[in-house]
Write a protein of this length. Structure first.
Length: 267
């Protein structure tokens, strides 16, 4: 009934209790989950989960925040992106939140890395999983410069764990992207994000946990897991005047259309 479109199951908090995590998913009617890769070093572990468990898929990518890790080349992403059950490219994007003493000019390495991911996704014909934080203008500009405008040949993808303004969502939608919301929607101080979720059309919405982070109310402060994604669906249902089951059905259809459509790996 539900698909968690973004989780980090190889992180130690979850990997150490994998059987219980998968069993909890079944009880919560979370049929599938997408395991997100954040470094090339962890790719084999992420991919192995997807190969070993039919309810899981994987991506390949290097998170914009990760420094001191193997820098991905186009060939690195292309080679791994063609493997069985790898259905997306990312987590990629831009993050200017932790600049410290640096300026945005010093983050050219992030922008170059992002472009490499976009080019790999376009060649693979697989969608991007985009992280953007305090960097939405540059994120959108680079997507446009790389030809991601929703036209033929675009990779498309999803802006995950969306926390930006409504205008950013509008522009992302105009470029053909989906918008995914996490447990943040359930937080008391997240009315602005709920307003954005109410604005995004149902046929462009995804739901996620971003496990092990951002556990929704009533589990806030605990380790998050895919079994909690129905709480996100329930919050969206309140905003859309429908049921959590209907949100689960529609967001699952959206996910499958984006990540596991004709020409993409479904085995």
């Amino acid at each position: 009934m539900f698909i968690d479109s973004h989780c980090h199951l190889v992180f130690p908090e979850l990997m150490s209790q994998m059987p219980a995590i998968l069993e909890a998913m079944k009880h919560a009617q979370v049929d599938r989950a997408l395991c997100i890769c954040t470094t090339l070093e962890e790719f084999d572990a992420v991919h192995r989960l997807a190969l070993e468990h039919s309810m899981l898929w994987s991506t390949v990518g290097v998170h914009p925040d990760n420094e001191g890790v193997t820098e991905p080349t186009l060939e690195d992403l292309m080679t791994r992106g063609q493997l069985e059950r790898v259905v997306g490219v990312g987590e990629t994007g831009l993050d200017y939140y932790r600049l410290g003493s640096r300026t945005t000019s010093d983050m050219q390495w992030q922008r170059d890395r992002f472009r490499t991911h976009i080019r790999a996704a376009r060649q693979l014909k697989k969608p991007l999983v985009i992280h953007t934080r305090n960097a939405s203008d540059d994120t959108l500009s680079i997507l446009r410069e790389e030809g991601e405008d929703g036209s033929a040949g675009s990779a498309g993808g999803v802006f995950h764990c969306f926390t930006e303004a409504k205008e950013v969502a509008r522009q992302a939608l105009d470029l053909g992207f989906y918008i995914s919301f996490s447990g943040i929607l359930t937080f008391k101080n997240a009315q602005d994000i709920r307003d954005v979720a109410a604005f995004v059309p149902m046929d462009r919405l995804l739901i996620e946990t971003d496990s092990p982070y951002l556990a929704p109310v009533p589990h806030r402060g605990k380790t998050n897991q895919p079994a909690f994604v129905p709480y996100v669906a329930a919050q969206i249902a309140n905003l859309k005047n429908t049921t959590a089951e209907e949100v689960g059905r529609m967001t699952s259809e959206n996910f499958l259309r984006l990540f596991v459509d004709v020409g993409r790996q479904t085995s």
